[in-house]
Design a protein around this ligand. Structure first.
Ligand code: ADP
Ligand code: MG
Length: 176
């Protein structure tokens, strides 16, 4: 999910060069992790390119569909080299359900669509409704399974981020 957030920020960085009408953000391009220990909910937020309603349906609701791969195909050879895009298989997001009983994704596309909220319990179905999210980008709420609550601990999160997200070029903030 951190790789996805990093990709989203990277896409924004690219599109910004040619499109000056993208939604602005008052924060630096980054990924922020917060946790609600009492309810075992992890929050992962980015101020990247965001997702439209169609993006939420096509990219999150469908396994093996990678919006990042499609994005990369549209870039020039030089831009491909300059990009830091990570995703391409389209299976990363759904694997969060290994530890989550419910995931809520709220997103506002930088292209100026309304914001939408995608909810699923990982059983192959999902719901989409309007969201009140005002800022650009994506906020993911991961409701941990009872037996996976160790992922709410900061030492566990720090360890994962250090080990697997060391190469991410944008700042990753952990708020306690
Ligand atoms: P991959 O990263 O290999 O493309 P994933 O299953 O991890 O596959 O994600 C599927 C797609 O969902 C991504 O390609 C991207 O289009 C979209 N997506 C996932 N997370 C985000 C996010 N935080 N912001 C914008 N788009 C996202
Ligand atoms: Mg991914």
């Amino acid at each position: 999910l951190i790789s996805n957030a990093s990709d989203a920020v990277d896409k924004l960085r690219f599109e910004e060069i040619t499109n000056h009408n993208l939604l602005k953000s008052d924060k630096e391009n980054s990924v922020t992790i917060r946790m609600d220990k009492e309810n075992s909910v992890l929050f992962l937020e980015d101020n990247g390119i965001g997702m439209s309603k169609e993006d939420l349906m096509n990219n999150l609701g469908t396994i093996a569909s990678s919006g990042t791969k499609k994005f990369l195909e549209k870039l020039s050879e030089q831009d491909k080299k300059d990009s830091n895009l990570i995703g391409q298989f389209g299976v990363g997001f759904y694997s969060a359900f290994m530890v989550a009983k419910k995931i809520i994704v709220e997103s506002r596309s930088a292209h100026g669509d309304s914001a939408y909220k995608w909810t699923s319990s990982g059983d192959g179905s999902y719901t989409i409704e309007n969201s009140s999210k005002e800022t650009r980008g994506t906020l993911i709420e991961i409701h941990l399974k009872d037996e996976e609550k160790e992922f709410i601990e900061d030492w566990r999160i720090r360890g994962i981020v250090k080990k697997y997200s060391d190469y991410v070029t944008y700042p990753i903030f952990l708020l306690e």
